[in-house]
Design a protein around this ligand. Sequence first.
Ligand code: F6R
Length: 247
Amino acid sequence: MVRPRVEVRLDEGAVAVAAVDIVERVVALNPHAVLALPTGRTPIAFYAELVERERTGRIELSQVRSFNLDEWVGIPSTHPATYARFMEEQLFSRLRNRPTACYIPDGTAADLDAECARYEIAIREASGFDLAVLGIGNNGHIGFNEPGTPFDARTHVAEVALVTRQNNAYSFPDGQPPSRAITVGIATILDSRSILLLATGASKAAVLERALAGPVDSQIPASVLQRHPDVVIIADVAASACLSRKL
Ligand code: F6R
């Protein structure tokens, strides 16, 4: 088994630089690359770095297609906490040239299962992800694949774990995230040609150690990344504090 490669950087800013270096290489080799993109606190510096490089001409994203990993169910796209809004604010509206297509699941669809099927087909028609950029939840989730999600799951409606809702309460004016979200499944993520997981801050240290050094276990969904042949983890010093030097 090829182990995920772990790169440790000093802080969030250095993680962002190293992560965008990888995106830059992927897009230079394939300007039509298909990217899976995360939201949350972790990728904010990453998107700032990506915007900076795009605006200064170091990276061209206009032919890229992006798929967001997830979206809350039941809140309109005008709501400040939707991931659609997050992506506009953090990335798309700040670029000189937007990607060809930027897909985000529609959490307001009348038929959510049909929306999940449509999203999965769109990913397949794009030939899957060349690079999936992930964060990691404090409980080991990737996307909104919470503990216990089968590894063969495709895009589906997930029940969001209580701890995940608590961790995301900050972005909701009423402090109440929805209890469900659409997420790209673990199997869809594992189909990616390469995977880049970003982890910053001390709150991720214990779960990152369990995901990388513990057994592959659906209770720690990110542990399944041990089975993928091309995974890079970029963590800051705080998030990598529990990792042994052997990794
Ligand atoms: C969000 C996503 C989640 C987050 C994870 C970490 O699109 O896919 O898996 O990456 O919850 O969130 P932060 O970065 O806020 O700690």
